[in-house]
Ligand binder design. Structure first.
Ligand SMILES: [Zn+2]
Length: 259
């Protein structure tokens, strides 16, 4: 099983066995987004929001990719030059790798949301790592990059498990500061209103790109945030870390040969 420890991280273009993995053309247009300047990347175990005081919000979309709704969402984000973070389920990635590729081509970050969406707090260490590694490998196969942050399904990960994931896989556990509770299907206008009402500088907004009212809520929610002076960044970027899509990934030769 391949994991991030086998890869060498740096900045700049991604490299696979000497081959440059170039970002897609659409990426260039959206890569000029500035970052918060008042924060430094720290050693993080659990994150609910960024400490920035600048008006940045990280939109996060869990449980996809969905074959029809996720492409609709990508169109909405692209029209506004917004970069978001997708906490994908591994088995969906293996089903729809082209949608994950489009996400990366358009400047979005991919996060790890486990392989089959279990309650991780009820699992042992080996099972938790297997859930994460299997998903990381599926993402890698799709886009030659691995997630650098994870979000536990239902937010269910004990403090000692969060420490373990940090120590074993170097991933902070990303929770949220704005919960739309869109999975309860309150209606798109309620979802949009919650996002706008509760967003603060540094907010991480939890939504799901598998519910059509959530997608329908986005144009209004995003446009109102933009009118309010907000900018958008991916989770890594809002935490002062490197732009995930620009990380350099150098693969061991065994992996290159396998692909
Ligand atoms: Zn989920």
């Amino acid at each position: 099983m391949l994991n991030r420890r086998d890869l060498i991280l740096g900045s700049g273009a991604a490299i696979a066995g000497g081959t440059l993995l170039k970002p897609g053309a659409a990426f260039a247009a959206s890569s000029r987004i500035a970052l918060p300047t008042d924060i430094e990347a720290g050693d993080l175990i659990t994150v609910t929001a960024s400490p920035t005081h600048e008006k940045y919000v990280a939109m996060t979309f869990d449980d996809g990719p969905h074959p029809t709704l996720t492409p609709q969402l990508l169109d909405i984000l692209k029209a506004r030059g917004i970069r978001a973070t997708f906490y994908v389920i591994g088995r969906n990635v293996s089903r729809y790798p082209d949608i994950v590729k489009r996400m990366v081509d358009e400047g979005h970050e991919i996060g790890n949301h486990t392989w089959r969406h279990p309650v991780l707090s009820q699992l042992g260490t080996a099972s938790v790592l297997r859930e994460l590694d299997r998903t990381a490998e599926a993402v890698f196969r799709a886009v030659q990059r691995m997630p650098v942050t994870m979000r536990p399904p239902y937010g269910a990960l004990t403090a000692s498990q969060r420490r373990m994931v940090h120590d074993e896989r170097e991933m902070p556990t990303i929770l949220w500061s704005v919960d739309t509770e869109d999975w309860r299907r309150p209606g798109s206008s309620v979802v949009a209103d919650r996002i706008v009402a509760h967003s603060r500088p540094g907010a991480i907004v939890l939504t799901h790109d598998i519910h059509s009212p959530t997608i329908a809520a986005m144009p209004s929610a995003l446009d109102r945030l933009i009118e309010g002076g907000y900018k958008f960044a991916t989770v890594s970027m809002i935490l002062g870390r490197r732009d995930w899509t620009k990380l350099r990934w150098r693969l061991p030769q065994t992996v290159v040969a396998k692909n």
